[in-house]
Write a protein that binds this ligand. Structure first.
Ligand code: CP
Ligand code: NVA
Length: 299
């Protein structure tokens, strides 16, 4: 999230609006003809794979899917060597993996841009799409409050970075033993408040957001987490403490009855399908920007 400036985020969002309109009007737009995206997945995905693969196709380029099961990545080829080789054969790379260090080691050896499609520590494309979705529905997030209810996971840390970039306040509520690692937040960052009660975190928020209690890679902790997160459901009572026009977001996949009630996720304040769709439009604009740079005569 912190690799782009606010100006760059605004530019990419403006392009996403244009690219989204073209898509809705069935206009052919092929700025990435003969360009190739390589997508490396070490974890499962529906939305990320589909939005990058369909997005690259819609921009006139090609997308190649690699996973660790049937590539040499699963047989111990050094990440650094993979970065050297793969980046000589394509124009841009997206990686979904475990440790953030893996993607950073890969990127340090890549000749082309590397996009984070989720690590244990970050999920920037999702949070960028979420910020874009909020702006589409309610205008700027600047000066507003966002409530986080749940695990201190990859989504939360990307929200924390987004708060710095876009200038909003984050109310963070996490259960005991699953708190935020304060050493991961810059000392200069002050636009967040920690809560031990999830209802209190929702007070006055313009957006309430949550995520699964057990992220990919932490499945062994599932049972313990189900117990620890009891009561951390975003339900109508918690939404009632937020602003009357507050939105609800969830990056999906969701578990109705665990982190969110069916009433909330399927209710009028929920914009989860728009969030999912906007992954496509935001990432197409990001691919365009990272592969060919700023469009000289924007249309
Ligand atoms: N939200 C998200 O990244 O979904 P997938 O895991 O399906 O890609
Ligand atoms: N926090 C979740 C997000 C899934 C899109 C995970 O990492 O599994």
């Amino acid at each position: 999230m912190s690799d782009l400036t606010l100006d760059e985020y605004h530019y990419v969002m403006e392009r996403a609006r244009i690219i989204k309109r073209k898509f809705k009007e069935y206009q052919i737009y092929h700025p990435l003809i003969d360009r190739t995206l390589v997508m490396i997945f070490e974890k499962n995905s529906t939305r990320t794979r589909l939005s990058f693969e369909a997005g690259m196709h819609q921009l006139g380029g090609a997308a190649i899917y690699l996973n660790t099961r049937d590539s040499q990545l699963g047989r111990g080829e050094p990440v650094e060597d993979a970065g050297q080789v793969i980046s000589r054969m394509c124009d841009i790379i997206m990686i979904r993996t475990f440790g953030q260090d893996i993607i950073e080691r890969f990127a340090a050896n890549s000749r082309v841009p590397v996009i984070n499609g989720l690590t244990n520590e970050h999920h920037p494309c999702q949070v960028f799409a979420d910020v874009f979705t909020f702006i589409e529905h309610r205008g700027a997030l600047t000066g507003k409050s966002v409530a986080w209810v749940g695990d201190a996971n990859n989504m939360l840390y990307s929200w924390l970075q987004a708060a710095q970039i876009f200038g909003f306040h984050l109310n963070i509520s996490t259960p005991k033993s699953y708190e935020v690692d304060l050493s991961r937040i810059p000392k200069s960052q002050t636009n967040y408040t920690l809560f031990t009660n999830p209802s209190d975190a929702c007070v006055g928020a313009s957006l309430v957001t949550t995520d699964v209690w057990t992220s990919m890679g932490y499945e062994a902790e599932n049972q313990a987490r189900l117990t620890a997160f009891d009561g951390w459901i975003v339900d109508a009572a918690k939404m009632a403490r937020a602003q009357p026009d507050a939105l609800f977001m969830h990056c999906l996949p969701a578990h109705r009855g665990e982190e969110v009630s069916a009433e909330v996720i399927d209710g009028p304040q929920s914009v989860v399908w728009d969030e999912a769709e906007n992954r496509l439009h935001i990432q197409k604009a990001l691919l365009e920007y990272l592969v060919i740079g700023k469009v000289v005569s924007p249309d």
